[in-house]
Structures are given as structure tokens and as C-alpha cells.
Design a binder for this molecule. Structure first.
Ligand SMILES: [Zn+2]
Length: 310
């Protein structure tokens, strides 16, 4: 009796467990289908290398997809160490948009380990400015608004290829954004006109404004050329101190993504105040008033005009 009771219970347990498994199996079979439907609704998942590019792509894609970025706001994108979630983001992406021009010096280690994700350089149609005395491209091409318009065109064409049904949305969004960028470009040129000609000099830590200077008629000086070469040696420091003194500049500036200590030393040695923070390698954090590419450029230009027209 006892034995057969146990046998009966065992059979019941096995049957119930089997039903449970079948139930789970059905659930699992349904899940991927649900996910596929959701994916279609969400559209493309795009990963960009840094926050400025992220903002530009967001303007074009609108609600038709999702955009994410790798280098956190507040960190400079030259020397970055990818974290495990970055590998996940890129391997989940439909496409990975990068600046190129040697901005992402950390790129190789990331893309080698994420499988077959297409990587697109958005600078491919832009003529680079070279770093001093070499063949290396200066990455800061976004500092000239016209270059960003060219990037928008490159990005739109790529998006249309990946998602032809979204063509109308992408082209409309891009056209509206390009109009805003053209307005910004004209506005910057007008603002720079307000600065006395011999004061049109931007002094910062990293000489990241070369494209800006060339486009809008300002000279640029940095302690070093690229943040990844950041040194702040005595000779680099004294060279910048001499420029500020010789040109009798009323203002110097500091970037949000670089330690203030170097420009503070220049300020101490020249008696010239740091007139404000500027955005070069990242947009501003929420609430800064520089959360987008357009806003960060407006902020920079206002800061230059205020500082240099004193
Ligand atoms: Zn930089």
C-alpha cells in the first residue's frame, strides 16, 4: 500500500512537472515573436561614440529609432576605456556611428570584440585639418557647423539604406535640422564680428577650435593639441602664457572636459581671468543649457563674445 501510494504520487509529480515544462515551453516560444514585433515598432537601434554625435543622430532619427552613445558626458572621447556595457550596446546595435579622424583612439579594442556590427565614419566626406607638423587628422571637425551639415547628409543616406521605409521621415527631419544649422552658422559669423579684430583669439587647454577658427575667422591657441597628448609641460605652459601677454587678451577659457588646473596656472601667471567654460568634446549635462550640439555652440560663442569684448 505504502509503496504504491508513493508510486502514485511520483507519477502525479512527473505528469505535473511535464505539464509545467510544456507550459514554460509555450511561453518561451511566444516570447521571441513578441520581441520581433516590438523591435519592428522601435526601429533601428543606433549606437554613437560620443554625446555630440548622439545629439546629431537623434535629430535625424526622431521617434523612428533609438540612439545611444558610449563616452559619458563630461568625459573626453579621445582616451576612453570601454566598460562591459559598452560592448553589449555596440553588439546589439544595427549600426555604430563614429566620428573618425582618429577621435576614438579606443575604438579598435571595442569593435574587435563585438562581432559583425557595421561601423560608419560620419566624417567620410569632410576635408580634415591636419595636426601640427604631421599627417594626422584633427578630429574636432564638428566645430565648423558646415561640417556637421555634411555629416547629417552622410548619416541620412546611411539610415535610408538600412531602413528604406523611413526615408521620408529621415529626409524631413534632416532638412529641418539643416535649416537650424545654417541659421546657427550665420549667427556665429555675425557674433564673431562683434569681437575687436585683434582680440579674436581663443585660448584653451586643448587646441580643439581649429575648425571653428578657420570657419569663423578666429586664431586658436591650446596648451596641447589633443587631450590624448595632454602634458602641460613647462614649455607648453609658458608658450601660452606668452601669447596671452603679448596679445594683451582680456580673456582665456577652459573646457568642461579638461581639468581646470592648467588654465588656472595660465590665469595666475598672466592675471587674465578664465572668462567661462566652453564645450568641445561633449555636450552639457541636463540643466546646463548646453544639452544639444546647437546649444553648446551658442553657449561657446556667447562666452567668447562676452569674454573678448570686455
Ligand atoms: Zn578633443
Amino acid at each position: 500500500m505504502f509503496k504504491s501510494d508513493r508510486f502514485f504520487l511520483m507519477v502525479v509529480s512527473i505528469v505535473m512537472f511535464s505539464l509545467f515544462l510544456v507550459g514554460c515551453g509555450n511561453g518561451e516560444e511566444n516570447q521571441p515573436q513578441d520581441e520581433v514585433v516590438t523591435d519592428e515598432n522601435e526601429g533601428l537601434y543606433i549606437v554613437t561614440s560620443f554625446s555630440i554625435l548622439n545629439d546629431v543622430v537623434s535629430e535625424i532619427i526622431g521617434d523612428r529609432g533609438t540612439v545611444d552613445y558610449i563616452v559619458p558626458i563630461g568625459e573626453e572621447p579621445h582616451e576612453y576605456e570601454p566598460i562591459p556595457s559598452d560592448f553589449q550596446k555596440v553588439s546589439d546595435a544595427d549600426v555604430f556611428y563614429i566620428n573618425g579622424f582618429n577621435l576614438e583612439e579606443w575604438l579598435e579594442g571595442l569593435v574587435q570584440n563585438v562581432g559583425d556590427v557595421p561601423t560608419v565614419e560620419v566624417t567620410e566626406s569632410i576635408t580634415p585639418i591636419k595636426l601640427e607638423g604631421g599627417d594626422v587628422d584633427d578630429p574636432h571637425s564638428w566645430m565648423n557647423v558646415t561640417n556637421v551639415i555634411t555629416k547629417v547628409e552622410t548619416i541620412v543616406n546611411d539610415l535610408v539604406e538600412r531602413d528604406p521605409e523611413g526615408e521620408e521621415v529621415y529626409r524631413e527631419n534632416a532638412a529641418a535640422y539643416i535649416e537650424e544649422l545654417e541659421e546657427l552658422d550665420g549667427w556665429i559669423a555675425e557674433q564673431v564680428e562683434q569681437i575687436p579684430e585683434d582680440m579674436r583669439v581663443i585660448v584653451v587647454s586643448e587646441d580643439a577650435f581649429k575648425y571653428f577658427g578657420e570657419a569663423y575667422g578666429m586664431e586658436t591657441e591650446g596648451i596641447w593639441e589633443l587631450n590624448s597628448h595632454e602634458e602641460g609641460t613647462p614649455s607648453q605652459m609658458s608658450r601660452v602664457v606668452d601669447v596671452v601677454r603679448d596679445r594683451q587678451l582680456p580673456a582665456i577659457f577652459v573646457e568642461t572636459t579638461v581639468s581646470r588646473s592648467y588654465m588656472e596656472t595660465v590665469s595666475d601667471n598672466t592675471g587674465v581671468d578664465i572668462a567661462g567654460e566652453v564645450y568641445t568634446d561633449a555636450v552639457g549635462v541636463e540643466g546646463s543649457g548646453a544639452e544639444t550640439y546647437i546649444k553648446m555652440m551658442e553657449h561657446n560663442v556667447n562666452t567668447f563674445v562676452d569674454g573678448l569684448t570686455q
